[in-house]
Design a protein around this ligand. Structure first.
Ligand code: SAM
Ligand code: DTB
Ligand code: SF4
Length: 342
């Protein structure tokens, strides 16, 4: 290994060198990932985001993993777009729980112009709390991205999900190029990009490498890279798909860290099914961000109490939470259960 290039930002990754990273002995791979991590981040710090579904269910896209697709019978009905006040209250509760970034998701193929008026008011309301804002609303054109940027949006989440080759077996209602186009509009509007994927959908290692190559050869890299482990939801086509080897998942985190040294790598969906020890390995491999709160968009997340205890046991400090010390009663939309002392 050429140590002079360790941790340098590159956008010319070749498949063969990524395959070689995956083939390294596990301890060597983790050592390299941890070395890269320390050049750009304090390894004792973790970025904490929380999620709120601002418009749930009945999505016109056919994503095989997603409980919110109208194509799958998962028992989720369609809910209307939340009111601005409901969203701001949920963000206030998240802030009181030490969350620094508030991510709002909608089950849309793309937002309509009327929806966008309310969404802009949500961004302004959450920004006024001193929190970072993130949204994931589906496809955006240039003008829509510019409107969100003008409202103060910090991050836009839009995942590539998997390799270009595997993509068509998971989603047929929109193309890989559609995703890349939206990412371009977001970047050109001056919004930070949050882009990652889902592992454990029955893809091969070559697809995981294909996804990482797409992400790491973006210039600049996505600012934030969510690595989701598929949450298998009853009624979705991917329910029952063979589970991914957890150590392969850790390898992917480590390779993502090495390829995108300065990006936040988020250990995203799927933590509720992971042991504390597996999550600790992911942090050691370079993950330095999580979703906090007992719910993701519609699926359960690792419980916040357990997370508080885990961060404490691992000596992890939260990155720059916006906290003015005000006590806030959590709304019903987002839940941070009071921790029982034992
Ligand atoms: N509709 C918008 C879109 O697809 O871009 C935003 C919401 S969508 C739920 C956001 C992301 O959640 C998807 O891109 C996918 O990566 C992730 N996701 C959805 N269902 C998931 C599941 N069951 N397990 C893991 N990740 C999931
Ligand atoms: C991301 O990559 N993962 C989050 C967020 N971006 C929007 C969503 C996970 C969704 C898990 C399934 C659910 O809660 O419905
Ligand atoms: Fe719709 Fe997004 Fe779910 Fe796909 S992932 S069905 S686009 S909410």
């Amino acid at each position: 290994m050429n140590y002079s290039t360790v941790g340098k930002l590159r956008h010319d990754w070749q498949r063969q060198e990524v395959e070689e990273l995956f083939r390294l002995p596990f301890s060597e791979l983790l050592f390299r990932a941890q070395s890269v991590h320390r050049r750009h981040f304090d390894p004792a710090e973790i970025q904490v985001s929380s999620l709120l579904s601002i418009k749930t269910g009945s999505c016109p896209e056919d994503c095989a993993y997603c409980p919110q697709s109208a194509y799958h019978d998962t028992g989720l009905g369609e809910e209307a777009l939340l009111e601005v006040q409901q969203v701001v209250e949920a963000a206030r509760a998240a802030r009181a729980a030490g969350v620094s970034r508030f991510c709002m998701g909608a089950a849309w193929r793309n937002p309509g112009d009327d929806d966008l008026n309310r969404v802009e008011a949500m961004i302004r309301g959450v920004k006024a709390l001193g929190m970072e804002t993130c949204m994931t609303l589906g496809m955006l054109d240039r003008e829509q991205a510019a409107r969100l940027q003008a409202a103060g949006l910090d991050y836009y989440n839009h995942n590539l999900d998997t390799s270009p080759e595997f993509y068509g077996t998971v989603i047929t209602t929109r193309t890989y190029q559609d995703r890349l186009d939206t990412l371009k509009h977001v970047r050109e509007a001056g919004i930070k990009v949050c882009c990652g994927g889902i592992l454990g959908m029955g893809e091969e290692r070559r697809d995981r490498i294909g996804l990482l190559l797409q992400l790491a050869n973006m210039e600049p890299h996505p600012d934030s890279v969510p690595v989701n482990l598929l949450v298998q939801v009853e009624g979705t086509p991917l329910e029952g798909v063979e589970q991914l080897d957890p150590l392969e998942f850790v390898r992917c985190i480590a390779v993502a860290r090495i390829m995108m040294p300065a990006s936040l790598v988020r250990l995203s969906a799927g933590r509720e099914s992971m042991s504390d020890e597996l999550q600790a390995l992911c942090f050691l491999a370079g993950a330095n961000s999580v979703f906090y709160g007992d719910k993701l968009l519609t699926a359960p997340n690792a419980e916040s109490c357990g997370d508080d205890a885990l961060f404490e046991r691992l000596g992890l400090q939260r990155m720059a939470p916006a906290d003015d010390g005000r006590a806030v009663t959590p709304s019903g939309e987002i839940s941070y259960r009071a921790c029982r002392s034992s």
